[in-house]
Design a protein around this ligand. Structure first.
Ligand SMILES: [Zn+2]
Length: 81
């Protein structure tokens, strides 16, 4: 006699498919020095974003990655090519 454990198959629920997320702006321009700041989008919300060029605190990752970004409270502007 062999005992087999009943296998539970993970069921994929498609009742509430996730909505496609708007891509957050990942390229920013530091207001103090004009340096380019590139985010990965994987930063955690309380993470402080600093300018790689002048090391200024520009704001928290959550403010950059929210939709829309909290541009009134971060020291950076959207980088447009
Ligand atoms: Zn800077």
């Amino acid at each position: 006699m062999t005992e087999e454990l009943p296998r539970k198959r993970p069921l994929l629920s498609l009742k509430n498919p996730p909505k496609p997320k708007v891509k957050p702006t990942l390229r920013w321009k530091c207001k103090p020095c004009g340096g380019i700041v590139v985010l990965t989008g994987k930063e955690t919300e309380p993470e402080v974003i600093r300018c790689p060029a002048c090391n200024a605190r520009l704001g928290k990752a959550g403010q950059f990655l929210s939709d829309p970004p909290d541009v009134d409270h971060i020291r950076a502007r959207k980088f447009t090519e």
